[in-house]
Design a protein around this ligand. Structure first.
Ligand code: ARG
Length: 254
């Protein structure tokens, strides 16, 4: 009888231990959270939806990535200019139509590229600006911290780069005549061009010789997430999800 009691007691203790251990396991089972910074001022990649929350191609893409990784994605909307510095501290990653650049590679790692982009030019409807030389000495509106800003600031002779927190504010100042053109990525340029089509027109960046850029997801340097995110991106391309998102949010010829 004593033996049976002792055995029972041992079993109860063992089970208690298992449950306790199970508890910790359950904790790690709870979905890991991935805090992803964006700048929801860049349609169709990211913008504020009708409900006030960030929406767009990038947001849908990173949520699909999170699903593949079994992680819950939380979007943090912030200024574009502060995204890179926040990676690894305030945020775990950034998706923001962000171009892979040498300079950014000094402080972050990028996933495989997921989209090709070009800088485009927005000018008043009656403008004759059509070639790189036409940009010389111009006052150029751009979103701060973007590749468009760096082109205006560094590559165009005598030009004055005027930085805005939001691309749309640069377009508004173009309409007001405070800047003479805006340099911004193709897809947002098309969206803004359409929105203000009575006042502005969009010129293909190829006419100015701007180089192709590649968007990728930015991650902390050396993060093991890079491989995981790349794996998820590959799966999303293979299973058709990626193309479906392109069709839904970007459409047309990409
Ligand atoms: N592709 C450009 C860059 O990386 C502009 C990106 C702006 N993105 C945004 N969400 N506002 O600099």
């Amino acid at each position: 009888m004593k033996k049976i009691l002792a055995m029972l007691l041992a079993m109860v203790m063992c089970m208690a231990c298992l449950t306790a251990c199970g508890d910790t396991a359950a904790d790690t089972d709870a979905k890991d959270v991935l805090i992803v910074g964006t700048n929801a001022e860049f349609p169709p990649f990211e913008y504020l939806g009708d409900d006030g929350n960030p929406d767009g191609f990038d947001i849908a893409l990173i949520k699909a990535v999170g699903e593949k990784l079994g992680m819950e994605v939380k979007i943090e909307n912030m200024e574009f200019n502060s995204l890179v510095a926040a990676i690894g501290t305030k945020i775990d990653a950034s998706i923001a139509g962000m171009t892979i650049t040498e300079e950014r590679l000094q402080s972050v790692d990028f996933s495989d590229p997921y989209y090709d982009a070009y800088q485009y030019v927005i000018v008043p409807v009656d403008s004759t600006i059509a070639s790189f030389d036409d940009l010389t000495g111009k006052k150029i509106g751009c979103q701060l911290g973007t590749t468009g800003f760096f082109i205006a600031d560094e590559d165009i002779e005598g030009a004055e780069a005027v930085g805005y927190n939001k691309g749309v504010d640069a377009v508004n100042d173009l309409i007001n005549g405070r800047v003479e053109l805006v340099i911004i990525d193709k897809n947002p340029a098309m969206v803004f061009g359409e929105k203000f089509s009575d006042k502005v027109k969009v010129v293909d960046g190829a006419q100015f010789g701007f180089e192709v850029e590649q968007y990728a997801i930015a991650l902390p340097k050396g993060s093991e997430l890079v491989q995981k995110v790349n794996g998820a991106l590959k799966e999303l391309k293979a299973d058709g999800t990626f193309d479906a998102l392109v069709a839904e949010y970007i459409g047309g010829d990409k």
